[in-house]
Structures are given as C-alpha cells and as structure tokens.
Design a protein around this ligand. Structure first.
Ligand code: SAJ
Length: 443
C-alpha cells in the first residue's frame, strides 16, 4: 500500500484518485477549489460521468480517500491539472494554484497550473518519491520544466526521486471504464521511473502498459488527439463541399467507410472539449514551420461555428419580421451526454448568433444553469416563439425528440448540425430541415 497525493480533482484526477483508493492505496485528493471539496465532503460530485459518484462515495466511505486543500507528504504525487491554452483559463479557477505565464501571439499551452502543482509538492518531496505527470503537455514538459522545478528541492530527478509522464487517454462519458481497460503509455525520464510508475498503475489498469521515455509519451498523447482533429477537419471540409456540390455528406461518408481501410469521422458544428481542440496547438507551438497540416485542420474546425451561423442566416435573417428572430439552440456541451462545455462549439455558435442580433434561447439538460445568460430551464421555454431550432449537441434525449413535442416553435426551420434527427420524419411534419453537410435537398 502506498500513500498517493493526487493534485487536481477534475475529470481525470477524481476518478484516478478513487480508483487507487478502491484498490487499497491511501489517497489524498488535493484541490484548491473550496466548492469542489465541499461538494465531495457532502457525498456528491461536481462532474457528471457514469459511475463516478458511486466510486467516489465508496472511496470516501472506505477512508482510503480524503480530500484536502493542500498536499501532504506522500510516496507518490500525481499531477492531474488542466493545461489550457494561454488566455483561455479552464473555467477560470485553478484546482491547485498557479504561477505566471508569458503571453505571446501563438496559441500556446498554459503550464501555470502544472508549475503551481509541482511547486506545491516541493516541501513534501523526499528521497524515493515517485512523481507522475498526467496532464496533457507540450513535448519536453516533463524533463525540461517539471524536473528542474522539482530539483529546487535539492533532490535529483531520476536519481533521488523518480519522475514519469503517464497521459490519460480516456473518453469523457466512458472515463471509468476506459481508465481500467485502455492500454497506457508511460514515459520515464529514465527507465527506472517508467518501471515504478508502471508498477503503480497496475493496481487498477487491466489494459497493457507500454513503457518508453517521457518525450515519446508526451508526443504519443498529442499525436492521438491530433490524428482525430485532422480527420474531423477532413469530414468538415467534405461537408462544406457537399453543400456546394449538392449531395448528402452523411450518406457519402457512410458509403466511403465501407472501404476496409477508410474511417472518416463525422462532420459537426466544430471540435470542442479540453483535448482535441487544444492539444494540436501544443505540437504546432513546438514547431510552427513544420506543422501546416495540423494548423490548417485546427482552423477548419474552428471555422465551423461561423458556418453554422451562416446556415441559420440563410434560412432566416436576424430580424425577419421587425422583432428579433428567436433561435432555440439545443445543446451547450461539447459533445453528447456530457456536462462539459469547455471549448464547446455550441457556445461559439450561441455567441455568434447573439452578436448578429438573434434572440437565443438555449437549452441543455446536462449543463449546469447559468453557463450562458440565454440558457433556459426546459425544452418548452427554448422553443417558445422560436423561428429556428438548431441542434448543436446530439444528446440521447435530443435524438429521441419528435415533431409533436415542438408545439412552441412558431416557425418551421430545423438546422441539424449533428444529423441527430431523421430528416424524412421532420419534413413529413412540415418542417424545413437543413442538415449540415447535406446539399441534396437545398432549394
Ligand atoms: N467530433 C466530431 N466528429 C467526430 C468525433 C468527434 O465533430 O466524428 C467532435 C465532438 O463533437 C467533440 C470533439 O470532436 O466536440 C471531441 O470529441 P471526441 O469524442 O472525439 O473526444 P474527447 O475530446 O471527448 O476525448 C478525446 C479522446 N481522444 C481520442 O479519441 C484520440 C480521448 O481518448 C482522450 O483521452 C481525450 O480526448 C483527452 O483527454 O485527451
């Protein structure tokens, strides 16, 4: 049994801390946000994720997990804090304290939370400790930033204490299942660090664990998410092409994917979340001249919210009948069935619509109230007087919607950016349906 201090009780830190605690380790979960500690101490959780509440409660009840505002001496320190882009603080608050970043023109990773977390460990670091960085980070962070920072303790990384990079690779919505089942990559600043981290994670990881050096592990993580971003950008480019050429991209992608070696992802209103919309910039930042494809993909995906707004404008201008046109936006989170709005393209669409003079009524059953001032508490309130309904997130609840539930919507324009609702059904009920990427039915 080891004493493990997990720094940052967010989407990754909290489930990781709970898994170690329910597998026999003594865990101190650290977060500087009082609201988070309070929620946990009341037996609740601040994140919507299947199975999370049950395992957190079990861990707390067992006494193997305690939550604290500051770290304490331990055998292992795991850093699981956000690494947002500079100028886009992750929900505004650091879970662990921060240090200053230098602003530049580039889209750059903010490592202030990582620095803050590492600094908070310093007084407690001792000979034989293992420190693991889990936060997605630009190449070189473990060896060139975290190691020297921890060496301010007077101890030497890789000699007096072990240091490894062990990125999480789990899909929000399936975090617990994937934390256990996925393969893991662990990179040490020397082999013994990787070995010790590997032994630690075997407590609950059932997938294979592959060890390498820290730099390679950092790049592997970034390459995975960049691969996905580029593939989604391709799908989005195909979608816009299809609109212009007059075909249905959803059908075309489905048919192309019947090829044994083709797997095109889905177009949509843009790419959100704290990973795929962010991580490719970490590679671009390391070598701006060598990454034209990666940067273009980012820009293609970032342009999608504006394109969605153009689709709305094409169907219904901001003030069609004197009064402001009401648009019901269904979905605020960055993808289906999660409560996470970080980098959500839905928010970008909503902001753009408002800036162009539309009156937006936004509804999302998963997202906490007050995320946007135009947010309303029910589907009916969102639809009330709406001339256009825009599907921005394909929650299971939304996929089940039927035309007869849309009584409050005055107009009959439905913009479906996720191919979430069957076009035929809605057209049969008199709706004018505009699906992103579908030029086959345009006037
Ligand atoms: N999206 C599309 N089309 C698609 C798939 C996704 O537009 O075909 C959009 C989603 O709507 C969403 C965004 O992309 O806005 C990202 O969603 P996602 O489900 O692709 O990924 P994340 O951000 O939830 O999780 C990713 C995962 N990475 C990969 O699949 C390579 C996960 O395994 C990582 O652990 C996670 O990033 C992370 O933390 O880095």
């Amino acid at each position: 049994m080891k004493k493990i201090c997990v720094l940052g009780l967010g989407y990754i830190g909290l489930p990781t801390a709970s898994l170690f605690a329910t597998h026999g380790h003594q865990v101190v979960g650290v977060d500087v946000r009082p609201r988070v500690l309070e929620t946990l101490n009341h037996g609740s959780v601040h994140i919507e994720e299947p199975g999370l509440k049950t395992i957190v409660q079990a861990a707390l009840r067992s006494g193997n997990l305690v939550v604290r505002p500051v770290p304490e001496p331990a055998d292992v320190f795991i850093i699981a804090v956000p690494t947002p882009l500079v100028g886009r603080p992750d929900e505004g608050e650091s879970p662990i304290g921060n240090c200053d970043d230098q602003e530049t023109d580039l889209q750059q990773a903010s490592l202030s939370f990582v620095c803050g977390a590492a600094e908070s460990i310093l007084p407690h670091l001792s000979r034989g400790c293992l420190v693991v960085l889990e936060s997605t980070s630009p190449p070189g962070t473990t060896a060139r930033l975290v190691a020297p920072l921890l060496e301010r303790s007077g101890l030497r990384a890789g000699i007096d204490f072990r240091l490894a990079y062990c990125p999480e690779r789990v899909l929000p919505g399936r975090i617990l299942e994937e934390l256990v089942r996925n393969n893991r990559i662990i990179g040490g600043i020397e082999p013994q660090s990787a070995e010790e981290a590997c032994e630690l994670y075997r407590a609950f990881v059932e997938g294979e664990i592959f060890t390498t050096d820290a730099l390679t592990a950092e790049m592997v993580k970034l390459m995975e998410n960049t691969f996905r971003d580029v593939n989604i950008a391709l799908a989005n480019e195909f979608a816009r092409l299809a609109e212009q050429l007059g075909l249905d991209v959803w059908q075309a992608i489905d048919l192309a994917n019947r090829h044994p070696r083709v797997r095109i992802l889905k177009p949509g209103p843009g790419v959100g979340g704290h990973c795929i919309a962010v991580d490719p910039w970490f590679i671009a930042e390391a070598a701006p001249d060598l990454t034209p494809l990666i940067q273009t993909a980012r820009r293609v995906n970032d342009a999608m919210p504006r394109h969605v707004v153009e689709l709305v404008r094409g169907a219904c201008p901001p003030s069609a009948a004197g009064a402001r046109t009401v648009v019901a936006c269904l979905g605020l989170s960055y993808k289906a069935d999660v409560d996470d709005v970080r980098e959500s393209p839905a928010l970008a669409v909503i902001d753009l619509l408002e800036s162009q003079g539309y009156a937006v009524q936004a509804y999302d059953p998963h997202v906490r109230p007050g995320t946007r001032s135009c947010q309303v508490g029910s589907l009916d309130s969102a639809l009330d007087g709406a001339a256009v309904v825009v599907i921005l997130t394909d929650h299971a609840d939304f996929r089940r919607l039927r035309p007869e539930q849309f009584v409050g919507a005055r107009g009959a324009v439905l913009v479906d950016t996720r191919n979430a609702l069957g076009r035929d059904l809605w057209e049969a009920s008199g709706w004018h349906v505009i699906r992103l990427g579908d030029g086959s039915a345009r006037d």
